[in-house]
Write a protein that binds this ligand. Sequence first.
Ligand code: SF4
Length: 227
Amino acid sequence: MTTTTLSSRSEQARTDQRLKITEIFTSIQGESDLSGWPTVFVRLTGCPLRCSWCDTPYSFHGGDWMQIDDIVDQARSARVRHVCVTGGEPLAQKRCLNLLTALCDAGFVVSLETSGALSVAEVDPRVVKVLDLKAPGSGEVGRNDWGNLDHLQAHDQIKLVLADRVDFDWALRQVEAHRLDRWQVLFSPVWGQLEPRQLAEWIVEARAHVRLQLQMHKYLWGEAQGR
Ligand code: SF4
């Protein structure tokens, strides 16, 4: 085998381990059962959905290619235990699965924020999956892949971001129909659209077995990017 062939193969192997990254930053986890922990966020570029209230449209395009090894090294240099892989829709890049495994192998507590529209079947079982199911107000309710429920483990969580009472009533029906309370179910208000107190009152009134979740990072830093 010639040196040229070897070097082109090694180049190909490196290319196979690249991901398009919008940003990597360290902050406080503001969502899920892991909220409050200092966490490295790895935001992958790209999303096939267009939720009406999306707060990260800047992740749809652009980004920089990074090797998985370099992403893990950058996470290590942050000196925190938790890493959250988010987007965009991180699973839209197939190599995200390799990144998740590499981060677990490196000893991090790894969580994945995913829309629930793409299969989570092959996600490393050590990863805490937060399935962000879409309510009607998002405009993307038809994209929920309910088959994903078959691949959830006890440590995984289901999040529903709600824009109004229609969303709330729909979400309660889904909790019952799909027995979502087998996992932690998190109800979160759309920032600036549904008053948190209103959602809290609906939850108490309905005696719903769900957890109210406010986006802690937005109370701390508003809508600043990289927070
Ligand atoms: S799935 Fe997430 S990133 Fe994609 S449009 Fe919806 S909220 Fe935005």
